[in-house]
Design a protein around this ligand. Structure first.
Ligand code: CP3
Length: 333
């Protein structure tokens, strides 16, 4: 069995597999080299040769226990014909959302538009299977995708004032997102993804009273769907106020925690396997501090099924030597 499956499925507590969110990215000089020649981010994601190569870069360098496919959660609106651009130093911008024409798109249209992503998963998973390591497929959660699709850019702290004004429209979009997320998940699994992670990066924008509608119900539908395909699913409802309640209602196979939540409280209150937590900014300090903070998480979760990871994506300014040191600390533990 692969290391992640040992922890997530068998609840093994004696190993701590390690991978890092955004491990294939700008902190790696070999990624920046390719990126320089490929200014269009979406096109790069759709170049299956290069996206496979990028996905495997951090595996070659650090021997992580899992590869996460080099793609983006915004490939979903892209596949639904909403314009998506990545501007340097600004983040993503999206075009207008036309629900009428979006409703006419079928599975074949969608898959045709983004099929290189599945091709990349196929070749990466062959390589990872031969090493007995995992290939992680992923999607954005319905709420986070809704935020980008309506807000048309990162919401930073707030969504547009009139965000919720048209309830009916919002619910139609949510259902459409859910339908195509299932299609996207299915094709990732069919092509070799053997763990699925659901990223809900903008839970922090909501009041708790909105969780049932926008977080619990749509995420539960997806989690049940992934489970029906016999693949374990990890949820990351970043900055949710109550991880315990989320786990009890949504019942993912494992939960990724952010760096603002107290890991001791999590370990005490949550029985399912846990992933992540370390603040990515710690990697910008020094090795002594990095070791101290890494051991803090390892010690807290020493008798709990635990996958080592960060509490959010690795920062582009991170020195790869610090990542090397982090992995060594985890493996020597
Ligand atoms: O290694 C991996 O983790 C796999 C690839 C991956 C990317 N994006 C590549 C990427 C994954 C899993 C994502 C998820 C993603 N994308 C999320 C959820 C996780 C999170 O960060 O909260 C979100 C919200 C997005 C949307 C997105 N994509 C934003 C806001 C940005 C711009 C901000 C930034 O960091 O530049 C992106 C761009 C992006 N996605 C890059 C990468 C490597 C940087 C692209 C570049 O080279 O300029």
């Amino acid at each position: 069995m692969t290391p992640l499956h040992e922890v997530i499925i068998n609840n093994k507590t004696t190993i701590n597999p390690v991978w890092i969110m955004r491990q294939a990215g700008r902190y790696l000089p070999e990624f920046r080299e390719i990126r320089k020649e490929n200014p269009n981010f979406i096109e790069l994601c759709l170049n299956h040769k290069l996206s496979s190569e990028i996905t495997l870069q951090p595996i070659k360098r650090f021997d992580f226990d899992a590869a996460i496919i080099f793609s983006d959660i915004l490939m979903l609106p892209y596949g639904l014909n909403q314009k998506v651009d990545f501007k340097k130093n600004f983040g993503p911008t999206l075009g207008n959302l036309d629900i009428k024409s979006m409703s006419k798109i079928d599975e074949i249209d969608f898959v045709e538009k983004i099929y290189p992503v599945y091709k990349a998963i196929k070749s990466v998973s062959l390589e990872m299977n031969s090493k007995n390591k995992n290939t992680i497929g992923f999607v954005g959660a319905p709420w986070t995708l809704l935020v980008y699709m309506i807000n048309q850019q990162s919401p930073k702290k707030n969504v547009k004032k009139d965000f919720f004004k048209d309830d009916f429209l919002i619910n139609r979009i949510l259902l459409l997102i859910e339908k195509f997320l299932k299609i996207h998940i299915k094709h990732q699994i069919e092509n070799g993804a053997n763990v699925i992670q659901i990223f809900d990066s903008w839970v922090g924008l909501l009041e708790e009273r909105d969780y049932p509608n926008y977080i619990y119900t749509p995420t539960l539908n997806l989690v049940d769907y992934v489970k029906s395909l016999n693949v374990p699913v990890i949820c990351f409802p970043r900055e949710i106020r109550n991880y315990k309640e989320f786990v009890e209602i949504v019942k993912p196979d494992a939960i990724n925690i952010d760096y603002n939540v107290d890991p001791l409280m999590i370990c005490k209150n949550i029985k399912i396997p846990v992933q992540g937590g370390l603040d990515p900014k710690i990697l910008l300090t020094d090795k002594e501090n990095l070791k101290k903070e890494t051991l803090k998480y390892l010690n807290i979760f020493k008798d709990h099924p635990y996958i080592f990871n960060l509490g959010h994506g690795i920062l582009p300014e991170t020195n790869p030597d610090m990542v090397e040191f982090l992995i060594k600390t985890v493996r020597d533990y």
